[in-house]
Design a protein around this ligand. Sequence first.
Ligand SMILES: [Zn+2]
Length: 268
Amino acid sequence: MEERDGRREMDKQIDDLFHDPRCTSAFFDRHGGEGRSVFATKNVSFGVGDEAAVVRKNRELVRRALGLDALVSARQVHGDRVYCSSGEVSGNLSGEIDGVDALITDRPGAGLMIQQADCQAVLLFDPVRPAIAAIHCGWRGSVAGIIGKTIARMGECFGTDPADLQAAVSPSLGPCCAEFIHYKEELPTAFHAFQVRDSYFDFWAITRRQLEEGGLSRDAITVAGICTACSPDYFSYRRACRTRDGITGRNCSVIALRTTDAAENTKG
Ligand SMILES: [Zn+2]
């Protein structure tokens, strides 16, 4: 029963974001995993108090769902450092790269995984090179300009032309719930134009603007438009703070280049 329910719930994920057989990607919701109580059910973070064995199982479910050789993730710190994975990719699902919030690679089979609850995962696909990026972008990342820095790094590492990039922005805190009481101290004045009502900001629009400033065309950007604090299908830090102590799981967003075999299998 668990297995059948698991598969059914997994179907709720938003996947194949770039409609290209060379790329696989998904924004997973919190269903279909093995966690309990506040971590029910598909928490992918080792850093929130969930059982490590359960987290490993959930990551394995994600890896298998997308048919990947490995998942690469980071111990995210709301900073602006970018990690370029160009060497051998470890298959160790517990291993995390310390202190970075964006991952880029051109290696097929390696899934770049972002863990987020209200923060955005911004996934980038360069179909020309091809190369990919996965960015963890909360408000601090927005302020630090991590999106622009990641686009620049793709240019340095892979020769990516930003005009070729496509972007998908995960379910995350919407303008309905993004209240920043201390915005005058926390947010630069350039963000104040994105205030939708008193102390509430539209970070989806801020990200769109930053992607466009990075060189993407408007029609190459897709925003899921689902607020994690409003939707019970996603872990949400803000919702957990309203009702409890803020302890909750992390949603999972993944992008990967397919290996040649996997890409061939999706044809016909
Ligand atoms: Zn909301």
